[in-house]
Design a protein around this ligand. Sequence first.
Ligand SMILES: Cc1cc2nc3c(=O)[nH]c(=O)nc-3n(C[C@H](O)[C@H](O)[C@H](O)COP(=O)(O)O)c2cc1C
Length: 319
Amino acid sequence: MRYYFAPMEGITDHIFRGVHHQYFPGADKYYTPFFSPTSDGRFPPRNMRDFDVEVNRGIPVVPQFLTKRGADFLWAAKILADLGYTEINLNLGCPSGTVTAKGKGSGLLSDLEGLRQLLDEIFAHPPTEISVKTRLGRSDPEEFPLLLEIFNQYPISELTVHCRVGADFYRKPARPEVFALPLAKSRAPVCYNGDLAIWEQVQDFQDRYPTTPAVMLGRGAVADPALICRLKGKEPVDRTNLQRYTEELFARYSSAFGSPKSALGRMKEIWFYQINLFEGAEKIGKRLKKTASPEEYRDLTARIFGELPLRTAGAMPAW
Ligand SMILES: Cc1cc2nc3c(=O)[nH]c(=O)nc-3n(C[C@H](O)[C@H](O)[C@H](O)COP(=O)(O)O)c2cc1C
């Protein structure tokens, strides 16, 4: 079984990936948060940092694009192919209203003509392998069999199925039962994604679908950065390593964003998940969420690491 770190806009950028890979190596791939190529044919410098070959050296990074226009996918894929990337992932899952209103992400799943046209264009002369991350449909899992028939007409290098529909957002539980269909019928190798947050859930999933080649882990892997290491047979998360990792993230974001105060927002996004790894963290967690002071942030996180028991089973999701 291969384990991939899911793309998470606002969290899994090049800094996060670099620090995670340094302290908790083991992910077989890290997908970048989506980049939306536009018709101006260039990467804004801010986005280019995510794809910087030096920054990503030694880390198995797969860039992800969000677009409905083949030409835009292709110019950006060509630039990244020239830099040495061998796979680009197409996002057909984003549920955000602003994205679906433009017919992109999971919005494209209800426009089968548009989807076919995009796939025709990008698979005509692809500069890299192209993998796809999809949901089960825009609003109903009954849409999935037809979508799978379409996907099967193209040489997709890997099909990741996030077992929700767009209309579920992240609120409704994933529907792993639907995964039996792509596992049996997909021409591309498949990867499962959705609601595998702790070690036991991944084990149960593997027992249920033992032939699954890969799973993608998102929120659970942010909550417990050692989750993939543990799935690969290493020890559960260790407090000292976790503290060093978290401090390094804070230091790196403080430097990248210009000050510790500017890094607080990003660290709170990470702590939104990671706090679940500690027992009895509700009170401190609330204060952490509110604080606007780097000193208070340091004090609260020192208390979390110093006082609160770690959940040995991993982070029970409360999101
Ligand atoms: C904050 C956040 C940002 C996300 N950003 C992306 C993204 O950029 N591209 C993408 O394909 N999926 C994105 N996702 C979806 C995740 O990759 C993943 O499919 C989802 O969280 C379900 O997996 P999980 O239950 O293991 O977290 C995002 C999810 C969250 C919660």
